[in-house]
Design a protein around this ligand. Structure first.
Ligand SMILES: NC(=O)c1ccc[n+]([C@@H]2O[C@H](COP(=O)([O-])OP(=O)(O)OC[C@H]3O[C@@H](n4cnc5c(N)ncnc54)[C@H](OP(=O)(O)O)[C@@H]3O)[C@@H](O)[C@H]2O)c1
Length: 234
């Protein structure tokens, strides 16, 4: 049985991953989100799949929330096999546009997208180390690549580049020995973040991502993947 935790699982790519994973049957899924009481679709799924799907409160920017979620998961399972750091934000124009940037908005995006997944990973490290073929996945972006640069979106690009570096360091850290850390671009996806013109549906992205996560092994530690499994330049 696979034991999986996903952040930001109330909508977008995170929700679609949950929807597809519960269909597998042989899974114990911790679907986390900031506001479980408002996560109607997720709660409906949890009612249908009560033995497999646990909805937990987890605001990735709140260390008390992270600690409480880690304790709640540890009370239910003795190991985690897959941690999907999916939650993220784009930031408003104060994080995007030269002339309108503010330190607080740029900092918020970097804290959410780069710092928080690292702190979440640290909180679940002990459980991950007891997992089977344990894998940490950072849902990053092609916009985090230093080789694929355009103007604008300063904070988002900076945050995903920093997330990528966190993943690289995790992959080489003795404290994470035995845990595979991979970085993944989910593609341009039709979600609130990706918008309606995006080229992939959430179903297409999540299904490709699941296939990729399934075949990750220690040989993939520290790599950056496109959703289809090809490797991306840093
Ligand atoms: N869509 C794309 O084209 C695309 C492309 C490349 C990379 N990505 C990456 O893919 C991931 C998912 O994106 P998406 O398209 O599914 O975006 P989305 O539809 O905007 O969903 C974002 C998710 O992250 C959650 N979130 C934000 N801040 C959080 C926090 N502090 N604590 C917990 N959850 C938080 C949101 O929860 P709330 O509902 O509470 O806000 C929501 O569940 C992100 O990391 C994004 O950067 C997306």
């Amino acid at each position: 049985m696979q034991r999986i935790l996903i952040t930001g699982s109330n909508r977008g790519i995170g929700f679609e991953l949950v929807r597809q994973y519960v269909g597998d049957g042989d899974v114990r899924l911790f679907a986390t989100c900031r506001n479980p009481d408002e996560a109607q679709q997720l709660q409906e799924l949890a009612n249908l799949y009560a033995s497999q799907l646990h909805v937990l409160q987890l605001d990735i920017t709140d260390e008390d929330s992270i600690a409480a979620a880690a304790a709640a998961v540890a009370a239910k399972v003795d190991g985690l096999d897959l941690l999907i750091n999916n939650a993220g934000i784009g930031g408003d124009d104060h994080a995007r546009l030269m002339g309108q940037l503010t330190a607080s908005e740029v900092g918020k995006v970097i804290a959410t997208n780069a710092v928080s997944p690292l702190i979440v990973t640290q909180a679940f490290r002990t459980l991950m180390k007891r997992g089977s073929n344990p894998r940490v996945v950072m849902i990053s972006s092609g916009m985090g690549s230093l080789q694929r640069i355009a103007g604008r979106s300063y904070a988002y690009r900076m945050s995903k580049a920093a997330m990528n570096m966190a993943a690289r360091v995790l992959a080489f850290d003795e404290a994470m020995a035995g845990v595979t850390t991979a970085t993944v671009n989910p593609g341009w996806v039709q979600t609130d973040m990706g918008g309606p013109k995006a080229v992939l549906t959430p179903e297409e992205s999540a299904s490709a991502l699941r296939a990729l996560f399934k075949r990750l092994t220690p040989a993939d530690n520290g790599k950056f993947f496109q959703y289809d499994g090809s490797e991306l330049p840093w």
